[in-house]
Write a protein that binds this ligand. Sequence first.
Ligand code: SF4
Ligand code: SF4
Length: 295
Amino acid sequence: MKSYKELLIISGKGGSGKTSITAALAAYAKNNLRTVLADCDVDAADLNLVIPGRLDKRADFYSGFVAITGDDCVGCGKCGELCPFDAIKIIEGKPAISENGCEGCGICEDHCPAGSIKLVEALCGQIFLTKTDKGMLSHARLGVGGENSGKLVSAVRKQAQEIAVKSQAELIISDGPPGIGCPVIASITDTDVALVVTEPTLSGLHDLERVIRLTKHFGVKILVCINKCDINPDVKDRISDFCRNNGGELIGNIRYSEDFTRAQNDRCSVLELADCEIFGEIIFVCENVLMKTMN
Ligand code: SF4
Ligand code: SF4
């Protein structure tokens, strides 16, 4: 059995305040718990912008395979004819392989009469470990055209879990990807608690429904926080009703505030601002979320 809990912060779409609330939770937790952080939003990793630190480790991340050609090519053009993904163009008698188009199926390697094509591991991005004042932060950058973001998310989580075991941490706080796609599934599997950050708009409600459906499927405890709760009281009430009837526990509301933007500009969490107008609401949410995660 693992010795730490995993708390994942997700939202139906980007821009809901998910990363800001993750940073606030990290700032709150550091006074009470040994914590490790993970940024699983590898397509747009920005947790380290509000939780800066010193880079401790960097490694290339490889996943899947890509074909490359060698010097022995005799220019027969067979690989270009056979590639089922149209990833090889024969230019002036030589094959040019599109790294992004190649699916690593190996057909070209198998049929090249000169043995000139080889499959090599594909470089998909980089994975980092950064030391911050709120705990070690595991994060990554997906390479240009990188499509294995689910696998990169798993690698970010694995690194965070290893650090948690080594440092006897009690909690991993992860900033999850938006939406309900493959990276979210990679983030949510075996997580203990998911905090869904939503906002009271019709699209926010619709996204929340989809995220809760997905999260329930994985048997994860679901908490919900409504950010910008004062922009539409009717939809806020509909979100509360939806949560009550669908197994999402509403743990707090946060008013619309420019303090989130101010904190981003200052590269800190809202809790670290000198005069934060939503301080009380944020503390209430953090306290509630951590209590329900750790118990
Ligand atoms: S099949 Fe092999 S020899 Fe023929 S063009 Fe492709 S790489 Fe060159
Ligand atoms: S490995 Fe498959 S997809 Fe990639 S270039 Fe060769 S035939 Fe095309």
